[in-house]
Each structure stands twice: as structure tokens, then as C-alpha cells.
Write a new protein. Structure first.
Length: 420
């Protein structure tokens, strides 16, 4: 028989898994107060009590008296963190988290952190959100400011990927406040500030974003490691581009890419080139040649080892580049392949931009009413969500495309400008 408090935890776990209240479990043979003391570990069960509870729960006595197989969180975590590249141990780790008796909050935090990264890699942002919500609760329980900042930063990024930018702002603000108040290292403070800058940019608060960029460049960037400095410069370049300062945006992008070589963190090396290609496409006018060069550099790696979500991002950017090069058939084929699939894993903003591209193609191929209606719907959705950056992109794309169509000889022409 399990000693307390293990028996009580096993009992409570089985009860909750079946969606049963304490009153439903005790029936007429036991008081809820006694059951509460068993679950809390205050009382040790007798054999008769164990047999009665097993009957009420519909399980074998061994389910209450023997440890559940595969529930050793520390073992599953060790296996997952030491696994060779390409090994998928997420299912075993997730089961261990579910079976965990919560004796080690720090170990549980580490497991959930790893699971959230796996969900993000796979483009499953809803599942990532669930892991991160518990991560933030555990961070508060452990009372480690570093963990509080990191979980809030990751949660804010996850909400942005889901399109919930306004909901992400409090987490980013909290992360910055904790990092500053606890005088955390540059890496944590900069990570918090970068996600806040990205959110302010999406919400159209460019003055606030620019102020934070200048603060970051002045106080943090000189002491940052090269990988994070490169990410910070890319973040700053997006703000410059949204302000219409494309010379500064290009300078920051090129400086960011120059900080990293292929061996300096391959994941970040490819991600920054993909991000730089996206930023270049969204400039006005788009820097198509640079975008294509940076994307081709990233593609050499992603086509070999990229995840499904990374390959979808690669396809979406190729569609945008093809569109701006006037290769409308190629752009249309890429759009159709992605948007008609059942497992689209792109973040919200990328999905909207791809849908905008599809609407523009409809207009240019003569399905004007259908394309205009699609773009208006997307623009209204972004406006209602107060995502001003995305809304501006949609409305500008609509205006630019209609102008292209109405220009002399414009319908069906093989080059397209503006709008990102």
C-alpha cells in the first residue's frame, strides 16, 4: 500500500480524471471530510477503505496502491533533454507531466518549458498556450524572477502568434517590469523589451516602440551576445520600416545578419534570414532582390532539416516574392498549396498576409468583387482587433491592387509594386 502523501495524491488524480466530485466518490459509505483528509495526506487509509474507494472509482485496488507506470518526471525529462537530434520524446514527457505528483515544481517547470518549445516548433500555439499558463503559475510559486520573466516573454510571443496581440501586452509589460525591478542580466531584460517593442509595433504605437528601441540600443545592446544583438537589430529594423525610415531599416537588417555566421547557432542563423526576407518584402517598395537572396540562404538549411511550420513559412515567403516579381502563376500555386491544406501552422499574422496575397491575386486575374470582399473582410477583422499594423497592410494592399488594375494596361500585367 502506498504511504501518505502518495496515496492521497493518487486518489485525487484518479477522481479528477473521471470528473467526479468528492461527494460522488464517497457515496453513502464515507464522509467527504474523511475523503478530504485522505487526499491531503492527513489520514492513512485502511485496506477496507482502499477497497471501497477502488469500487467507487471503478478501478483495481492496484491503481490506488501501486505507482503508476511511466510517471517518473525526472527520468522522462532526462531522456527528452539528452535525446539525439530527430528523436521525438514529447509524448512520453507529456504523459510524465500528467502523471506527475508535483513534488518538484522546478522539475515540472523545466518539463513544461521543453514541451512549450516543442509545441512552438510544431506550430501548435494553442497547446503551447496551455503549457505556458501553467508555467507562469509555477514561476510565481517558485518565486524566481528569471523564470517569471522567461515564461511571460514566451507567453506574450505565443499570444502574438495566435493573433491576440492586445492580450499579449500585459505579459510583456510584466516581464519588462520584473526584469528591471530585479536588475536581471541583459539577456532577460532585452528579451522582455524586444517582445514589448514587437507588440507596440503591431498595435501601431510606433512612438513608444521607437522609444524602447533607443533605450535598448543605448543601455543593453553594447553588452549583448552576438545572437541576441542580431535579433534586437532585426526587431529595431521592423520599427524603422513601419515608420517609413527604410534606409535605417536596411542598415539595421544588414548589421543584424552580419553579426551571425553559419556556425553561430544554426537555428537563429536561418530564422533571422527568414525574418529579414519577410521584413524586406514588407518594405515600401519591397526589396525583392535582397529578400530572395536571404530566403535562398535560409532555404539551403530548412529544406534539409526544417519543421513543417518552417517549411510553410518558406513557401509563404516564396509566394510573396513570386508575386512582386510578376510571377503570378507561381504565387497563385504557392498560395493554393498552403491555404487549401488541412494543417496550416503559420502564425496568425503570416496567415493573414497570405490570405491578403490570395485576395490580390483574385483581383488581378479578374475576380475583382470576390477579391475586394475578401480583403475588406480581412481589413475589418484586423481593425476590430486593433491590430493597426496588420490593418494598414490590408487596406494599403487593397488600394494598391485596385490602382494597378485601373491603370492603363494594368489588368493582368506581369509586374506588381507596393503593398508588401
Amino acid at each position: 500500500m502506498l504511504e501518505q502523501p502518495h496515496f492521497g495524491r493518487q486518489l485525487r488524480k484518479l477522481r479528477l480524471e473521471r470528473g467526479l466530485s468528492q461527494a460522488a466518490v464517497v457515496g453513502e459509505g464515507m464522509s467527504t471530510g474523511y475523503l478530504s483528509r485522505l487526499e491531503s495526506g492527513e489520514r492513512r487509509p485502511t485496506g477496507r477503505v482502499v477497497a471501497y474507494l477502488a469500487q467507487q472509482l471503478g478501478v483495481a485496488v492496484s491503481a490506488l496502491t501501486e505507482p503508476r507506470g511511466g510517471g517518473c518526471l525526472s527520468r522522462a525529462l532526462a531522456v527528452a533533454t539528452s535525446a539525439p537530434p530527430g528523436t521525438d520524446s514529447a509524448a512520453d514527457l507529456l504523459q510524465a507531466v500528467r502523471d506527475d505528483e508535483r513534488d518538484d515544481p522546478a522539475g515540472r517547470w523545466q518539463a513544461l518549458w521543453l514541451l512549450s518549445r516543442i509545441s512552438n516548433r510544431d506550430g501548435d500555439y494553442e497547446q503551447e498556450r496551455g503549457h505556458l499558463l501553467e508555467l507562469m503559475e509555477l514561476s510565481d510559486m517558485i518565486a524566481a524572477p528569471e523564470l517569471r520573466v522567461r515564461s511571460n516573454v514566451r507567453y506574450a510571443r505565443c499570444l502574438c502568434a495566435l493573433g491576440e496581440v492586445r492580450a499579449a501586452e500585459p505579459a510583456a509589460v510584466s516581464a519588462v517590469a520584473i526584469a528591471r525591478g530585479e536588475h536581471l542580466p541583459v539577456a532577460d531584460t532585452m528579451a522582455a523589451l524586444m517582445v514589448l517593442i514587437a507588440i507596440e509595433t503591431e498595435l501601431g504605437r510606433l512612438d513608444a516602440a521607437d522609444r524602447h528601441v533607443r533605450e535598448m540600443e543605448r543601455d543593453l545592446l553594447p553588452a549583448a551576445a552576438s545572437p541576441q544583438a542580431a535579433e534586437a537589430l532585426w526587431t529595431a529594423s521592423v520599427v524603422s520600416a513601419r515608420q517609413g525610415d527604410h534606409a535605417t531599416a536596411r542598415s539595421r537588417l544588414e548589421a543584424a545578419l552580419g553579426l551571425l555566421q553559419g556556425g553561430d547557432g544554426l537555428t537563429l542563423w536561418t530564422r533571422l534570414r527568414t525574418a529579414a526576407a519577410a521584413a524586406a518584402v514588407q518594405m515600401s517598395p519591397p526589396r525583392v532582390e535582397a529578400a530572395e537572396r536571404w530566403l535562398n540562404e535560409a532555404a539551403t538549411i530548412l529544406e534539409l532539416v526544417g519543421t513543417p511550420s518552417q517549411l510553410q513559412e518558406l513557401g509563404a515567403l516564396r509566394a510573396h516574392i513570386a508575386f512582386h516579381q510578376g510571377r503570378l502563376d507561381d504565387a497563385r500555386a504557392q498560395c493554393h498549396a498552403l491555404l487549401s491544406g488541412e494543417d496550416l501552422r503559420l502564425p496568425y499574422g503570416d496567415r493573414v498576409r497570405l490570405a491578403v496575397l490570395e485576395g490580390r491575386l483574385m483581383i488581378l486575374e479578374g475576380r475583382t468583387d470576390q477579391g475586394v470582399a475578401a480583403l475588406r473582410r480581412l481589413g475589418q477583422q484586423a481593425t476590430d482587433a486593433r491590430n493597426l499594423d496588420l490593418a494598414t497592410h490590408v487596406w494599403q494592399s487593397l488600394a494598391t491592387t485596385l490602382a494597378d488594375v485601373r491603370a492603363p494596361g494594368g489588368r493582368g500585367r506581369r509586374s506588381v509594386t507596393g503593398g508588401g
